[in-house]
Design a protein around this ligand. Structure first.
Ligand SMILES: C[S@@+](CC[C@H](N)C(=O)[O-])C[C@H]1O[C@@H](n2cnc3c(N)ncnc32)[C@H](O)[C@@H]1O
Length: 422
């Protein structure tokens, strides 16, 4: 038996990493609550890893930065940081979250914007977007009001202020559309009554103003206002950070066949004109199966085994999963290049199941990183208490089970934090 799966089988859940006592308020403190984002991790994971493995001034990287959780935590802990994400919407959100604006200035800007927005009437001329996908998701009245807000934000000269308001604008789009509220998948709900855009926007900004003030005050108090944090919209395989420059990587990669970032963020991408071609937008993400399937190098015997098992069930899925593992290996090569000797990488990842085959992401990543020359420092298994949908497992083996099975037990989903050292 491959030694990595047997190593993983021995790992017990470490309950201290569940942060089960943390409320929503704790996980959305400072600017963390600005914007919803699928599969974001909680700031407590980042801060604990950061205190354990770095000191003030050390450089932190997140190659799959998402909505900027790693960067916010790094900044408040006095560590310079860099994040990369292929999704321009993630970059906009991150920029807003890591850029504290003088509370007096942003209040003035908000008052000026609010005064214009409350003047809205049907008589005011508004240039509405003509993209057919916008018409697909928005009813004419909400579209017109959103276009009015959008035009007023666009007039703001200061880019940080404009990004702050665009981030707020982005977060209200789902509520103001006919997107099925409970779903991250692109489904329309013709019964839905969309929220009124102007009222919703003002409420959203008030929430963000409180977060901004808290971040600004905390950073001023600690003398960290100028700690550099940078976010770049690019592919995780092409990061420009210098070789041997990074002390710590903290990241949660995308999952295979996960379309949710490209899907959900199409609303913002369409309004902010990040894209006019949605299929092209989707193709940029790792895990979305559009990429070339030639010259795959999985760099893991376990990944090869998963590929063979899948090939017996479904070739398309086998190709998708192999492409995913091969692309992740390319990211790991880059991560290793940027890490300093002795630097750590912490990868938060769970396992999944496709076509009846267990996709052991955590085990495969560990093997790939080992094959690249990194050493295991720690493997933490944690429960994810916020996802209160327990999955069904076999009592004896702990493996996924069907609802009909006799020995089934319900367990909370778990994930791993792989800590490896260069
Ligand atoms: C699980 S999320 C990260 C969430 C993040 N930890 C947070 O707290 O917000 C994975 C991210 O990987 C990004 N991603 C997917 N493919 C990418 C690629 N080729 N290069 C860089 N980022 C990519 C997605 O846009 C998504 O934001």
């Amino acid at each position: 038996m491959n030694s990595i799966p047997s190593l993983f089988q021995k790992i017990k859940i470490d309950h201290s990493w569940a942060f089960a006592d943390k409320t929503r308020k704790d996980t959305t403190y400072l600017t963390h609550g600005y914007h919803r984002y699928p599969a974001k991790f909680i700031p407590q994971i980042v801060s604990r890893l950061t205190s354990k493995y770095t000191k003030i001034g050390d450089l932190i990287l997140d190659p799959f930065g998402g909505c900027g959780t790693t960067l916010v935590e790094s900044k408040v802990m006095g560590r310079p940081s860099i994040a990369v994400d292929i999704n321009p919407v993630a970059v906009l959100i991150t920029k807003a979250k890591i850029t504290p604006i003088d509370p007096v200035k942003i209040e003035e800007e908000f008052t000026a914007l609010k005064n214009k927005l409350v003047e809205y009437s049907e008589k005011i001329k508004v240039k509405v977007p003509t993209h057919e996908r916008i018409d697909y998701w928005f009813k004419p009245e909400e579209k017109r009001r959103l276009a009015f807000i959008f035009a007023e934000i666009s007039r703001i000269k200061n880019q940080d202020v404009r990004d702050f308001f665009f981030c707020g604008f982005s977060n209200i789009l789902k509520n103001c559309s006919i997107w099925l509220q409970k779903s991250n998948k692109p489904t329309r709900d013709f019964e839905k009554k969309p929220s009124e855009p102007i009222k919703t926007f003002l409420k959203q900004i008030k929430m963000m103003l409180r977060g901004n003030t808290r971040l600004f005050d905390l950073l001023s108090e600690r003398g960290y206002l100028k700690v550099p944090s940078k976010v770049i919209c690019t592919d995780a395989r092409t990061i420009s950070a210098k070789t041997n420059s990074v002390n710590l990587i903290v990241t949660s990669p995308p999952y295979v066949t996960s379309y949710e970032y490209a899907d959900l963020h199409q609303l913002t991408a369409l309004w902010l004109e990040h894209t006019t071609d949605l299929s092209d937008f989707r193709k940029r993400f790792i895990g979305t199966s559009y990429h070339s399937k030639k010259d795959l190098f999985l760099n893991s015997a376990l990944a090869e085994k998963i590929r063979s098992e899948l090939l017996r069930k479904d070739k398309k899925t086998a190709d998708e999963v192999s492409t995913y593992f091969s692309e992740m290996n390319q990211v790991f090569v880059e991560m290793k290049r940027m890490l300093k000797r002795g630097g750590k990488t912490c990868i938060v990842i769970g396992n999944t199941r496709l076509k009846g085959v267990e996709i052991l992401n955590a085990e495969v990543f560990t093997e790939q990183l080992q094959n690249l020359g990194l050493k295991i420092v720690d493997i933490i298994k944690r429960e994810i208490p916020s996802k209160n949908l327990p999955s069904i497992r076999d009592e004896q083996t702990g493996r996924f089970a069907s609802i009909k099975e006799k020995n089934k037990i319900y367990v909370y989903p778990t994930e791993y934090i792989l800590v490896m050292e260069k």
